[in-house]
Write a protein that binds this ligand. Structure first.
Ligand code: PGA
Length: 271
């Protein structure tokens, strides 16, 4: 049985006092939530402060990104060991914002600025293996742009991204991997993917994992949906068989809304 997961991606929000406050609210508000693994991913600068709040609780800590080298002249980058030192158990990899694949809310970005963050299928694949080997559990993201969906390319884009990220992974390395399906057009836009369509694409991802790494690995792997998950749409999403939880941006920045998502995911999957 797959244990559901709610992961809060705080993105570039929360200075340290705000991060500590939010973490305290989530620890308290999720204390009685049964059967759902809870992860918070604050900005790097707040990891240690948040770890002081979460370390004796069931809430786990994750980084939002890392670089695969152990150390060296890589200005501005963060190594896996540095995340582990701050108390991280998880790390998000290949988020569409890191791949420079911004959604509809960012049309005000000049085109040449849209790709300033450099992840692509090749770096995500390297990061996935490096994270696992370092002892971090990756949450690896995939998802299509609106223009790709409109051209009927969703399945091809998502399958290719998943095949690329899993390329060269042993079955053992895949045990600690979670995949998040995040259609780029649904991120931060309030436009959620219909639950049955999100379920269909998560099922497609599971089929690709089965093809690459066998049915058992696929059956055990958690596949999350992300993109405008909110208290008012989470029931429908969590009722879907292929969706094992959520990767949540906006609604993870308020303890009460995030705790509602945690509660619903735990309840839906116990039922
Ligand atoms: P959102 O972000 O919940 O604000 O749409 C999700 C994500 O980017 O992981």
């Amino acid at each position: 049985m797959r244990i559901p997961m709610m992961a809060g991606n705080w993105k570039m929000n929360c200075d340290n006092p705000a991060a500590v406050e939010l973490a305290k609210g989530i620890v308290e508000g999720s204390a009685n939530a049964l059967g759902c693994e809870v992860i918070v991913c604050p900005p790097f600068t707040a990891l240690s402060a948040v770890n002081d709040v979460t370390k004796d609780s069931p809430v786990s800590l994750g980084g939002q990104n890392f670089f695969w080298k152990a150390d060296g002249a890589f200005t501005g980058e963060i190594a896996a060991d540095m995340l582990l030192c701050c108390g991280c158990e998880y790390v998000i990899i290949g988020h569409s914002e890191r791949r420079g694949r911004f959604g509809a809310t960012d049309e005000d970005f000049a085109e040449e600025l849209q790709s300033v963050f450099g992840d692509n299928d090749a770096t995500v694949s390297i990061k996935l293996k490096a994270a696992v080997d370092a002892g971090l559990k990756p949450i690896a993201c995939c998802g299509e742009l609106l223009s790709e969906r409109e051209k009927g390319m969703t399945d091809a884009i998502v399958s290719d991204q998943v095949r690329a990220m899993l390329d060269g992974c042993s079955e053992e390395q895949l045990h600690s991997v979670t995949i998040a399906y995040e259609p780029v057009w649904a991120i931060g836009t309030g436009e959620v993917c219909e639950a049955d369509e999100a379920n269909r694409v998560c099922g497609l991802i599971r089929a690709v994992v089965a093809e690459v790494a066998g049915q058992e690995t696929a059956d055990n792997m958690r596949i999350l949906y992300g993109g405008s998950v909110k208290p008012d749409n989470v029931e429908g999403l969590m009722a879907q068989a292929e969706i094992d939880g959520g990767l949540v941006g906006g609604a993870s920045l308020k303890a009460d809304s995030f705790c509602t998502l945690i509660e619903v995911a735990g309840r839906a999957k116990r039922a």
